[in-house]
Design a protein around this ligand. Structure first.
Ligand SMILES: Cc1ncc(COP(=O)(O)O)c(C=O)c1O
Length: 375
């Protein structure tokens, strides 16, 4: 036994699935630097009144932890449905909503339900890298679809790709990560039509950042479109990335379908209690979103004034460039105590909107970098 264990030096010595060999896990660096603007988190800690409310609700939940939690998370789903109805311009009921541990788990459940071995999903890249990684983890084939130079979706090419490849799942991220641009509703409708004509397939609209957008949610598009899903998260606008709470809105049949793959009792009673407390403080949290939108717009303006190219942003982050070598630029900004994100897109970096002080530190770092580069 000892001997055989010693012969294993890494993943590739284990009988892992072929498609996982030689691959890297998701890994945004978690470095200990003064200003961390690399994972699109909300920079504002939860307000003390909400921390108190979470404590009360979790204390109450703790008294029942000898029992499994509500498997269907009904109270929480009602709260989420009310939030979507109030803010999304479309009436959503509990039967339309499903919740899981982060929207990553929502996406995983959707791919377990509608993807899987022998099936494929398409996403328009660059986009949120976890779509492709979760596809791989669920044995779903991945197709990297086309974008234009300005990072908008190349619609005629996308329609062609969908018609030719007949994917089972189509991902549309709006606002898109890492580029920040929103996808016009007309483009989503055209992609939906193309996907229905080709297969029909499910279209997942990932609205993780929608609360930061200048435009509206695409929730109203759910009307009469049973193969459309809108996925959301409390990680960004609610400032609760540590909570791990994502959710979707869709036709009730989609909610029934994901029950086939979800683990029983997947959402802990502590998670449900915490999320319900956060929903009680929606107005305060959305106030922070307004401040962040102002800071995001300031970043766009000031980066342009410094001579950077910037993609128009509807999210809580900004993609900026262009650098001859983006990794060197990333390192130069890091050397000044500010961590931004290098997503591997040649020439570009991404910065999350932080507090005004953090953004000032970031802008100072870029100012110095631009000065250095021009001399
Ligand atoms: C587009 C997009 N979707 C989903 C997620 C995942 O969010 P969650 O924290 O809810 O798993 C992220 C996180 O960065 C994201 O950028």
């Amino acid at each position: 036994m000892e001997g055989s264990r010693e012969q294993v030096t890494g993943i590739d010595d284990l009988p892992v699935r072929d498609e996982l060999r030689g691959k890297s896990p998701y890994g945004a660096p978690q470095l200990d630097v003064p200003v961390r603007l690399n994972t699109n988190e909300n920079p504002y800690p939860l307000p003390e009144a909400l921390v108190e409310r979470i404590t009360e609700r979790v204390r109450e939940a703790a008294r029942g932890l000898n029992r499994y939690p509500d498997r269907d998370a009904v109270e929480l789903r009602i709260g989420l449905a009310n939030y979507l109805t109030k803010t999304g311009g479309y009436r959503v009921g509990v039967e339309n909503v499903w919740a899981a541990n982060g929207s990553n788990e929502v996406i995983q459940q959707l791919l377990q339900t509608f993807g899987g071995p022998g099936r494929s999903a398409i996403g328009f890249e660059p986009s949120y890298s976890m779509h492709a990684l979760i596809a791989r983890g669920t044995g779903t084939g991945w197709i990297s679809g086309p974008r234009n130079e300005d990072f908008s979706i190349d619609l005629p090419a996308a329609e062609r790709w969908i018609a030719e490849n007949k994917p089972d799942v189509v991902f549309v991220t709006t606002p898109n990560n890492p580029t920040g641009n929103a996808v016009p509703p007309g483009t989503v409708l055209a992609l939906y039509e193309a996907a229905q004509a080709a297969k029909p397939s499910m279209v997942i609209v990932d609205e993780a950042y929608i609360e930061f957008s200048h435009g509206d949610s695409l929730l109203p598009l759910l009307e009469g479109r049973p193969n459309l899903v809108v996925s959301r998260t409390m990680s960004k606008a609610f400032g609760a990335a540590g909570l791990r709470l994502g959710y979707l809105a869709a036709h009730p049949a989609v909610v029934d379908a994901v029950q086939l793959v979800r683990l029983p009792y997947h959402l802990s009673a502590v998670t449900q209690a915490t999320a319900l407390a956060a929903l009680e403080h929606t107005d305060t949290l959305l106030g922070y979103v307004e401040q962040l939108k102002g800071e995001r717009d300031r970043l766009v303006r000031e980066l342009r004034a410094l001579g950077c190219e910037v993609v128009e942003s509807d999210a809580n982050f900004v993609q900026f460039g262009r650098f001859a070598d983006s990794h060197t630029a990333w390192q130069a900004i890091l050397d000044r105590g500010v961590l931004v994100r290098d997503n591997g897109i040649p020439g570009w970096l991404r910065v999350s909107a932080g507090t005004p002080e953090e953004n000032d530190a970031f802008l100072d770092a870029v100012r110095e970098l631009m000065k250095e580069q021009s001399t």
